[in-house]
Design a protein. Sequence first.
Length: 651
Amino acid sequence: MSADHQPPVPVGPAGPSLPEITIKAVLLGVVLSVVLAAANAYLGLFAGMTVSASIPAAVVSLGIFRLLRRGSILENNIVQTAASAGESLAAGVIFTLPALVLLGFWKDFSYLWVTLIAGLGGLLGVLFTIPLRRALIVEGKLKFPEGLATAEVLKVGQKGGSGIVHLATATLVGGLFKLGGSGFRLWKGVEEGARMVGPTVVYFGSNLSPALLSVGYIVGLNIAVLIFIGGVANWLIAIPIFAATTTPQAAAGKELAATDWAWWIWSNKTRYIGVGGMMVGGLWSILQMRGAILSGITSGLRAYRRAREDPAADLRTERDVPMKWVLVLAVAAVVPLFLVYLRFVRQVHVAGSMAVMMLATGFLFSAVAAYMAGVVGSSNNPISGVTIATVSVACALLWLLGAGEADGPAAAIIIGAVVCCAAAIAGDNMQDLKAGRLVGATPWKQQVMQIVGTVSAALVLAPVLSLLLRAYGFEGHSTAKAAPLPAPQANLMASVARSFFTGNLPWLFVAIGACVAAGVIALDRVLQVRRSGFRTPVLAVAIGFYLPVEMSVPIFAGGLIHHMVARWRRRSGAADADQQAGGRGLLIASGLITGEALVGIALAAPIVMWQDAEILAVSGGPYGAWPGALLLTCIAAWLAIVGARAKRREA
């Protein structure tokens, strides 16, 4: 009997065991991992961000398996698990390794070194999250918005019926919005404005993104408010204060328009408040999670022993890769990384210190990235901020070990590259494991496929980077062509590493961020003692400081919509008024994320083929931002109405 005509199969931890790792699922997952890694490498270097691949990969898998008339929900989950690793690893690579070219340390991208750094860093990211799964997913209360959305896509796609119509409609709307804005350029993607007010500058703006709106809807008002507060505090307080103390000529070396001046201050100064906040917030998060992490490790060891003693008592949906193999694979990855470091620095004590630093910061920031993915999703996870913190700490260690301006920056970038790849994979892996838990997947099988997807992507990234370097060049590099790829994160990493050894890193703003984080932590402890329903997790505020405020606005709007829907449900007598998952509202939000992500990846094809970012653009883009703002307002109203009506009926 074909999958289309089988009776509905219950999903979730109580569901039966279905086929998962099959030949067709592995092959499709590997192909999608390679394709998405290549596409997102270009998009990341060009636009400064990548597109989460979990939902698009799930949709593609559902479509292909439906054509084949065979494929279980767990096979589709395995495909998206492997495929999404390609996009995540691409982000870790492009944010860091091009900095070695910009610093003049590399002339091209060596296949051996890129593959080793990317593959081993990604492998460590998978391994670091295995003991975190129980702490953050099983016992934690994080939303993991894209994990929820992916699970909803898988369940609705498998069952079909009216739910798939709502999901498909929202996917079409999200895709058309992305096509109109980013493809045809019928409207600007950001509504923004700035004005000089006396000696200072005031800026505000909003990104016109249904996906960000949907992220806010999924995470809820509490987190959305904190992200928004961080953004407003940076752009309406910190930036105006700095602007009042200096001039564009003195700081930037040239006259700048008000908007450019605000962005220059954020990029070069106040953004580092978020970096300092992430450093302190990351350490605090690890301290807070220490019991859960230790419990996760010990419970994993107990589960492994229990499975050997009594196989019948071993619950499939709680079975991770055994901790014994986690430790063996971690050691197997660290040894070649030590040899890589030794190859570049040629000093055993320095290479050993780099390896220890990589392990410590890798686990720390993988945990931070996993936590932040649970808050804002992997698409909006500020991995570059985590990497800046890693590069800064690595620079300090290398400086203490005697490294100088000649080799210190490059060595710090290599440490940062491994950690960045690990953190990027960690955030993505936790999203996939969250989706898997909701559809009744086997964790160890997902973890194995995450490794398969990571290795597959690592094998193709070096040729892709070399091709892009030769075709376009990178902004700020001597071989850059007429229209080079901006590579914003790589330029930022190179600047941080170089500035540390030349004494130009804005430590004042890093220190301010650390102090802000300490204050937020103290406030959260007070709220905890008072048993307040509103809490202030420090990383959410730090994310707000680090991200442009334009991204915080639609997230905040989505949180407000969620709050209004919940209030409507309470007035209607719904018992689960604050429960986010379920209902047509989540289907609409999931579809909007899906459509924007699918079209975002699809737009890479014509851009690469014709080497023209404006290949689909309507001449002149004459309409400004108002059509996009109007359409996004209509989408927000639609999301609110559908969510409220559905919940009313459910009540």
